[in-house]
Design a protein around this ligand. Sequence first.
Ligand SMILES: [Cu+2]
Length: 291
Amino acid sequence: MRTSSIGHRAAIRLAAAGIALVFVAPAALAAGTGQPEPWQIAMQNPVTPVAHDVHLFHTWLVWIITAISLFVLALLIAVAVKFNDRANPVPARTTHNTLLEVAWTILPVLILVAIAIPSFRLLREQLIIPKPDVVVKATGMNAWYWTYEYPADQGGFKFESFMLDEAKRAEAIRAGASAPRLLATDTELVVPVNKVVKVQVTAEGVLHAFALPSFGIKIDAVPGRLNETWFKAEREGVYYGQCSELCGNGHPYMPIQIRVVNDADYAAWLADAKKKYAGGGSGGVRLAATD
Ligand SMILES: [Cu+2]
């Protein structure tokens, strides 16, 4: 008796956890902000309007999928119970039911429309870039790193960004930076908070993709083509992303590190960076500063 009631309670708890996972997520369950967290299951916390809407759309789809799955399961169970050979030895010979046929045509159409409308709204939000405050060009290089360029009217400099190897990472951690493995870079893209940042994305040599989960962005970096995306980070902090198009053996080692700062810090960084990267400065010297 006792064991079964414990088992029963455990089962209920497990079911509750499952339901929470699907519906309370993506934000609540051990979701990192700007970087993954150990045992993370949900998506990383959103910090841009687009990322918030991506999460909303995801949750909407989960509700629809769940309802459809439960409905189909109920039908299967009903058929198995009511129409098996024992319960129903003489089957009916019905072949048509106009009302049913109209319903199973119209209903899926309505479901698809209910998915399409928010989906296209989200696409529009991602693709129609608001007037940018800052423009940056990110280029994926075929020797496994990114270069960032602030065009002439934005500062007029360019620098490279390499992943920190283990030795440099240990050094950065000693200096007080969090420097997560496979994500921390030697130089970082710095942008102001609450400003529209347009990122022009291209590549040299091979395909890459510029992706940052907390910003809800992912866009292909294609040689000879200039793609663009945008984000407006709502919170200061350091956010990490990775190349998300299989580009070769250095694919896992070309992370993206973006630091979002207030306007004053951005102005100070810009003045500093103009001097530091004046000669098209190479990365690999500057350590990621403290978070
Ligand atoms: Cu790549």
